[in-house]
Design a protein around this ligand. Structure first.
Ligand code: NDP
Length: 234
């Protein structure tokens, strides 16, 4: 029988590829969206992950529809790039809120039911820049690095309950987020990627799906790079 999966930001981009990868193997998959509606074949719940009440409501809807969340993928994320010197405090705190505090919100909401079931999988979508840093992305890199500490602490708190928490750190993936980068910057990035191309969203999804599988029961607190060698294992 399929599991109950929730993917935040699963209405498009990497999140959608992740949601489809789970649905393909017969899981019941819910995705959050902010008004766009659910992609075909997936259950959609409207939810802004920066709003704790909306997160609670979304989980309740998912629980009523497909049972308690057994696999949580915290994927929703934003960028608001700019050099530190010019970065407004709101640009920093909004990115932290959407990328890191939101991950805390969804993980916290999922935890009691996973602990009760003595079973659960959490996967957090970070980024290679969380570990390498990135000029113009102090806010984004800090939020993505924060996910590592969050996941590893959850791994320690919940390991004995058979709940794992892992991080996937994608490199550059072909989505709306990277399409916004200037052509020159895109070429510079590709020059640093040993594999010599962007990732397809499906290649991130495959790793997330593995980390959420029964086969990955002994993998927790891991940071798995999916970056074409850009970070050389970091
Ligand atoms: P997109 O910009 O294509 O999609 C972002 C997703 O996050 C959308 O579904 C968006 O919803 C959702 N989202 C953003 N803010 C909120 C919010 N406050 N509440 C609910 N949902 C929200 O990004 P990607 O698919 O490229 O990125 C997905 C994740 O992967 C992000 O965490 C990103 O940081 C990470 N990542 C991406 C890389 C890349 O190269 N693309 C590389 C490394 C990591 P909506 O449609 O409503 O805007």
């Amino acid at each position: 029988m399929g599991r109950s999966v929730l993917v935040t930001g699963g209405n498009r981009g990497i999140g959608l590829a992740i949601a489809r990868a789970f649905a393909e193997q017969g899981d019941s998959v819910a995705v959050t969206h902010r008004g766009s509606g659910a992609p075909e074949g997936l259950f959609g719940v409207q939810c802004d992950v920066t709003d704790a009440e909306a997160v609670d409501r979304a989980f309740t809807e998912v629980e009523e529809h497909q049972g308690p969340v057994e696999v949580l993928v915290s994927n929703a994320g934003i960028t608001r790039d700019g050099l530190l010197m010019r970065m407004k405090e709101d640009d920093f705190t909004s990115v932290l809120d959407a990328n890191l505090t939101a991950a805390y919100r969804v993980a916290k909401r999922a935890t009691p039911k996973m602990v009760r079931a003595r079973k659960g999988r959490m996967v957090f979508v970070s980024s290679v820049v969380g570990l390498l840093g990135s000029a113009g992305q102090t806010n984004y890199a800090a939020s993505k690095a924060g996910l590592v500490g969050l996941a590893r602490s959850i791994a320690r708190e919940l390991g004995s309950r058979n709940v794992t928490a892992n991080v996937v750190a994608p490199g550059f993936v072909r989505t709306d987020m990277t399409a916004e980068l200037p052509e020159k910057r895109q070429q510079e990035i590709l020059g640093q990627v040993p594999v010599g191309r962007y990732a397809e969203a499906d290649e991130i999804a495959a790793v997330v799906r593995f980390l959420a599988s029964d086969a990955a029961g002994y993998v927790t607190g891991a940071v798995v790079p999916v970056d074409g060698g850009l970070g050389m294992g970091h």
